[in-house]
Design a binder for this molecule. Structure first.
Ligand code: PHE
Length: 470
């Protein structure tokens, strides 16, 4: 192996604090916690319910689940495998593999797509993280108790119409993310995930329990799980595919970075499946918590990005000890978003460090501040620029604000594109015996995975892209 290790030392610092030695995850569990911390976030609790509502429910959920199983899990395995085989940060891992397997160094493009996607996603992700922070105060102050759907809706509209408040909480969220990335101390936060994620799960279960008492649970379950294909559009399929990548943190080389820390003896397939199952479980629970409340209160399932902020507060306002549970819920949501936000900023900071020779504090400040500034465009598209659709002349982008465009371009285009490149790299150019060794699967299972990344994923992503461009 003739690859410079300067970058990896820096990366190791970011994961292991002051430890300059490139350490391995202490166990399979440590990897699962970090990967789950990245995967479980606003995507599961904020985005999944609202895109499901917008795209008609059951049929969309089915396509999303298929995308997770047939595309997401195999791509996650490929990313983790590339990371572990490369043994460095994503760009250097790909370089290392390119040297060993005689590939074109242009495959580094995978890393570039990831850096750009992470940066753009974080700019609006942080704004939504800010909503969650603001709701801690809203729930804790008890102003939601016994409120009607209209009153809860008005609180949310009030927040959106106030750029100053949005900016304040966006700034706080971004500062939290930058702090951890700059200090390079993630291990503490990642360990916290082992308590906070199960707690979030339990709180979701409590809300699901409350939702069962609304008398509309059956209707919600039918909405989520009875596919009505007449409601599925081609753009809905693209959103389902994009969301599968978004929610699993794929197509961005994040799992590649984490994979480089995974000890050789641990099964990549099993860990990838575990992370994906946890992630999907959280999303489905969020759906089961929210839709009964939607139907019980005559709300609109397709209400858009505000859906959870207009439904969950209603539930917390009505259930016993709602202020307590509500406050806890939003605090945990902030933690989930925080660990995801860190993994969104990490790639660009690492790239600035490795390739531009900046130190970690400077690169975090630089990237973070530019990202924060871009977030202001998303904030304004919720109020002052709400009618501004810069690319509205393109039919499929009609009426999309800057915020909508950033979400659409990153989740539905950049991430699947990054995933496509990973699939092509693993399916067509990397050394097959090396991959067999790395994945250590039975021959039949390996072939299944190989055929998937070689043919099924590229064809599926290609077909969905082409249909949507036509
Ligand atoms: N998976 C995260 C979520 O669902 C978002 C994310 C996407 C994080 C891509 C990292 C990379 O909230």
């Amino acid at each position: 192996m003739s690859v410079s290790s300067s970058g990896s030392a820096a990366y190791s610092g970011s994961l292991e604090g002051s430890n300059a030695q490139r350490g391995l995850w202490s166990s399979r569990l440590a990897f699962i916690l970090a990967a789950t911390g990245s995967a479980v976030g606003l995507g599961n609790i904020w985005k999944f319910p609202y895109v499901t509502g917008e795209n008609g429910g059951g049929a969309f959920v089915l396509v999303y689940l298929l995308c997770i199983a047939i595309i997401g899990i195999p791509i996650m395995m490929a990313e983790v495998m590339i990371g572990r085989r490369g043994g460095h940060s994503p760009v250097n891992s790909i370089k290392a593999i390119a040297q060993r397997d005689g590939l074109n160094p242009a495959w580094k493009l995978v890393g570039a797509v990831g850096i750009l996607a992470g940066f753009l996603i974080l700019s609006f992700y942080s704004v939504i993280g800010g909503w969650a922070i603001s709701y801690v105060g809203t729930t804790a102050s008890g102003q939601l108790s016994g409120q009607t759907a209209d009153a809860v809706g008005a609180i949310f509209s009030g927040l959106l119409s106030n750029p100053g408040t949005l900016l304040l909480w966006h700034t706080v969220f971004m500062a939290l993310v930058m702090l951890v990335v700059a200090k390079g101390v993630r291990s503490g936060l990642e360990r916290a995930v082992s308590i906070l994620m199960p707690a979030l799960f339990v709180l979701l279960l409590i809300v699901v329990g409350y939702a069962m008492t609304t008398g509309h649970f059956g209707q919600a379950a039918a909405f989520l799980f009875q596919p009505d294909f007449s409601k599925l559009t081609t753009s809905g399929v693209l959103v389902a595919l994009g969301h599968a990548f978004f929610t699993l943190s794929l197509g961005m080389a994040v799992m590649m970075a984490y994979g480089s820390y995974l000890p050789k003896k641990i099964s990549i397939a099993k860990t990838s499946i575990t992370v994906s199952v946890i992630d999907t479980g959280v999303a489905l629970l969020a759906g089961l918590a929210i839709f009964p409340i939607v139907f019980a209160n005559g709300l609109e399932p397709g209400a858009g990005p505000g859906l959870i902020f207009q439904t969950l507060p209603l539930a917390f306002g009505q259930m016993p000890m709602g202020s307590l549970f509500g406050t806890l819920f939003f605090v945990l949501l902030i933690f989930a978003a925080w660990t995801s936000g860190i993994s969104l900023l990490e790639p660009i900071v690492e790239w600035l460090e490795e390739q531009k020779g900046m130190n970690r504090t400077v690169s975090t400040l630089g990237a973070g501040v530019v990202c924060w500034a871009l977030g202001i465009a998303s904030i304004l598209s919720l109020n002052l620029w709400a009618d501004f659709a810069p690319l509205g002349f393109i039919p499929m982008l009609e009426g999309k604000t800057i915020f909508d465009l950033l979400d659409f371009f990153t989740a539905n285009i950049l991430l699947p594109l990054g995933g496509l490149l990973v699939a092509l790299m693993a399916g067509w150019v990397m050394s097959k015996p090396a991959m067999e060794k790395e994945l250590a699967l039975s021959p039949g299972t390996f072939s299944l995975w190989f055929v998937t990344v070689r043919f099924i994923t590229p064809i599926a992503v290609g077909v969905v892209f082409i249909y949507n461009l036509m």
